[in-house]
Ligand binder design. Structure first.
Ligand code: SF4
Length: 244
């Protein structure tokens, strides 16, 4: 099976070079590969074009339903590998959507890219199969809190969170919309014993003004509880746009 990618524009796969905007490797130059499809449905998802297709009745705050044909593209692994190699970056960030839904095809893709460092962004509900897992250098795990609108039994899978919590390659990034969201993060940290310096709090927001406003109260909370804070550089640089 080939991979199902998101599109930057109809017919154009979302593969691009930029700097990582979030988390432990923020600021690093890399190539991004964005895959389509997700098993969750966050009401504030900023890549709803990867899953909120016409007929999907799960709510999203923008109320937009995307045309599947215009927003998905199926490509074989060799074509994707050639496009990634042509961008000349040493680091590859695989994102989505939920990219681990396509783990077997991703493993085949990475066989064609033996020299790249691989970072994968996941909601933490699923895992990489062994041939993919051995190629992943960094997991950016973003478990979804109640304000995402997902039922906890879908978004927070104990077996998976236990496994990521003990994996030295895993970093946790919690999207925070209000100070009260911290209570859930603290409970999860206590339950799963996340390594303290591996936990980022990141403001929810898709414009600079919202991010800046929320960072004003988020920074003191990070100081108080010993978390790291993540900005969203790409939003400040490019706004909420595809291919950035
Ligand atoms: S898990 Fe990520 S891609 Fe999926 S709906 Fe939530 S924010 Fe969007």
């Amino acid at each position: 099976m080939p991979l199902v990618l998101a599109t930057q524009a109809p017919g154009e796969p979302e593969i691009f070079a930029s700097v990582q905007g979030e988390g432990p490797s923020a600021g690093m130059p890399c190539t991004f590969l964005r895959l389509s499809r997700c098993n969750l449905a966050c009401v504030w998802c900023d890549t709803a074009y990867t899953w909120h297709f016409a007929g999907d009745e799960r709510p999203h705050r923008d109320g937009v339903e995307f045309d599947r044909k215009a927003n998905q593209l199926t490509l074989d692994e060799a074509e994707i590998a050639a496009r990634i190699a042509a961008l000349g970056q040493k680091r590859l960030v695989i994102t989505g959507g939920e990219p681990l839904l396509q783990a077997p095809a991703l493993a085949r893709l990475l066989e064609l890219l033996p020299d790249v460092t691989v970072e994968i962004e996941t909601n933490g509900t699923t895992k990489a199969n062994p041939p993919l897992d051995i190629r992943i250098d960094q997991f950016n795990v973003s478990p979804k809190l109640a304000h995402s609108g997902n039922p906890a039994d879908l978004a927070l899978i104990p077996e998976r969170l236990d496994a990521y919590a003990t994996d030295p390659r895993a970093w946790f990034k919690f999207v925070i919309a209000a100070p009260a969201d911290l209570d859930e993060v603290l409970a999860l940290r206590d339950r799963y014993r996340f390594k303290r310096d591996h936990v980022f709090l990141m403001p929810e927001g898709t414009d600079s003004a919202t991010l800046r406003e929320r960072e004003q109260w988020l920074a003191p909370l990070c100081v108080e509880h010993g978390f790291r804070m993540s900005d969203r550089l790409h939003i400040h640089l490019f706004g909420d746009t595809r291919g950035t």
